[in-house]
Design a protein around this ligand. Structure first.
Ligand SMILES: [Zn+2]
Length: 576
């Protein structure tokens, strides 16, 4: 068959595609760049615009749904699925469409490519089917969460290992292959379940505890026998460090899987990065490990969807359009700082302006940015210093420095870059916006330079959102005293709710998370305070009034029953 018809077909599909992109508001210069990329790489225009981050997968799926007259099934709808409705449905292998719950007696099947609608209907013809359109990522999430059965695969591997132990008794090197498989299956399950960290830690009784952090909350996933636990830990140590080095100090490494299992687990090694932290107590028997999972293709949230107050959102957008200054995002680990930073920076045109990042590690890949990673074995300060110098020579417009730690030279170079024609983004590990000022002074930045460079500081935290199906009125919080304490929020009706728990929220009482935040916008008054060396308290009094504090932001959500007072107290401190 001649190749010509195929090329023509592809061209005409592309022609329709660029029209669709125009209607979705993608800029002409971006469409032209994407067409060039698509031609150079041979990938489809749809894939290219998604890869380049010119449009979100959700927006694209929404447009496809409208064009095909189908309902759109969003990433958020995944959280609303009742797992019981999917019980008994088997999906043998990932085929690009999956069941997504039931509605009015019909089985919803989610499809990402309209060309697959017929195939999906045929595959599920034993049911009354309603096809809905979702992004490929949503479909992957559904498959991984409800049909991939990774937890069972892990438990099967552990059971097999234990059976072998009973049979052979001698625990020789021959079973190390099994240990690798068990570890691989643990990693796969953690990735599929959306975990951010895996903790391997032994209890005093010698039980190997495996804990996963999912959505910022710890879950005890498995308890392993001591022999197996030690084997896994020893394997991690022998492949990534040495017993001597670990005895002296905690060790850090970038790891894939242990052993030669890269091929078998290519579904995860291609997408995720892993950062391993090893610690050891007094003896080798007291080893522990933490594996941080980095989903490099994580759906980068649309900035607007993060849910900032309108005025804060506008101010942050203004920052991203300016050509100079320092913007700091602060909060503890797991507060969603990186997601916010990336979402803000994605508002900057990556073609008109050159964007460079220095990260440790790179959390998400963006193909339009120049991203550099500080190697784990180089001292942090030195690594960042070398890369920052190199970066500045490349004449970037926008720079992201993953984090400013206690390094006076790095801090001062970042500050001077920010008042010499660069827009600089970074993060700091402080809890309140105004504390960023005192922290940077403490590292060794002068008040004058800080006042000249700083545009604004955003502090944020994540609170869990109450499950809509089971939350109940909270009588303990609905008291006159609590109402009085919330009275400084003008026109707020106080209707607090609390968590209970049901099957839909896995008995946690919560489903999903939201950002609470405060913004210290450096206007003239705040700038003068910083320059004069004012304390964090004085700066906060002027720059972050009580009604715009993080606590107030959270309390508004409590008043509306979005989150609970207990949850707000867990993540933030009330003002004194
Ligand atoms: Zn619930």
């Amino acid at each position: 068959m001649s190749a010509l018809p195929q090329i023509l077909r592809r061209e005409s599909a592309a022609a329709g595609m660029d029209e669709r992109l125009r209607r979705l508001g993608v800029r002409e210069s971006h469409i032209r760049a994407a067409l060039q990329f698509a031609a150079a790489t041979g990938t489809s225009l749809t894939r290219t615009v998604l890869d380049l981050g010119l449009i979100s997968a959700e927006t694209m799926a929404q447009a496809l749904a409208a064009e095909n007259g189908r309902a759109f099934f969003s990433q958020r709808d995944v959280e609303a699925i009742d797992p019981q409705q999917l019980e008994g449905l088997q999906v043998a292998a990932f085929a690009g469409y999956v069941p997504a719950g039931r509605l009015d007696g019909r089985l919803r099947v989610a499809v990402s490519e309209p060309e697959k609608i017929l195939e999906a209907q045929t595959a599920w013809q034993a049911h009354r089917v309603e096809v809905v359109i979702a992004s490929a990522r949503t479909i992957e999430t559904l498959y991984r969460r409800y049909f991939a059965r990774t937890e069972q695969a892990f438990r099967d591997a552990v059971a097999r290992w234990e059976a072998n132990q009973r049979l052979h008794r001698s625990a020789d090197a021959a079973d190390s292959g099994d240990v690798e498989w068990i570890y691989g299956r643990l990693i796969r399950h953690a990735c599929y379940a959306g975990a951010s960290d895996i903790f391997l830690h032994k209890t005093l009784a010698g039980v190997g505890k495996v804990k996963l952090h999912i959505n910022g909350v710890g879950h005890l996933f498995a308890a392993l026998r001591e022999e197996l636990f030690d084997k896994v830990l020893n394997k991690l140590v022998s492949e990534n460090s040495s017993a001597d080095a670990l005895a002296r100090a905690p060790q850090e490494a970038n790891v894939g899987l242990i052993g030669g299992l890269r091929e078998e687990f290519s579904d995860i090694t291609e997408r995720y990065g892993f950062r391993l932290q090893l610690n050891q107590g007094r003896s080798q028997g007291e080893r522990e490990a933490v594996v941080r999972v980095l989903d490099r293709q994580a759906e980068q949230a649309d900035f607007h969807a993060l849910g900032f107050d309108e005025s804060v959102e506008q101010t942050l957008l203004q920052y991203s359009q300016s050509s100079t200054g320092l913007v700091v995002v602060c909060g503890p680990t797991g507060s969603g700082k990186t997601t916010t930073l990336y979402a803000m920076m994605k508002k900057i045109d990556p073609i008109e302006r050159s964007i460079r990042t220095i990260e440790k590690p790179i959390e998400y890949r963006n193909s339009m940015w120049h991203q550099m990673e500080v190697p784990p074995d180089v001292s942090e300060g030195e690594g960042v210093r070398i890369m920052l110098n190199a970066t500045l020579r490349m004449a970037p417009h926008v720079i992201l420095i993953g984090e400013i730690r206690e390094d006076v030279e790095v801090a001062n170079r970042v500050i001077s870059a920010a008042f010499t024609g660069h827009l600089v983004y970074t993060t700091l590990h402080v809890t309140e916006a105004a504390l960023a000022v005192t922290r940077l002074r403490h590292i060794g930045v002068s008040s004058e330079n800080l006042a000249a460079a700083l545009k604004g500081v955003l502090a944020q935290r994540l609170v869990q959102v109450l499950c809509a199906d089971c939350s109940a009125a909270d009588e303990r919080a609905d008291t006159a005293a609590e109402k009085r304490r919330a009275a400084f929020l003008a026109d707020v009706e106080w209707r607090p709710r609390r968590a209970t728990g049901c099957a839909r929220c896995a008995w946690t009482g919560y489903r999903g998370r939201r950002i609470i935040h405060e913004l210290l916008d450096v206007d003239r008054e705040v700038r003068e305070l910083i320059e004069r060396g004012a304390s964090a308290r004085e700066i906060a009094r002027v720059g972050v009034p009580r009604a715009r504090s993080m606590w107030a932001c959270g309390l508004r959500l409590v008043a509306r029953g979005v989150t609970s007072l207990d949850e707000l107290r867990r993540v933030a401190d009330p003002p004194d």
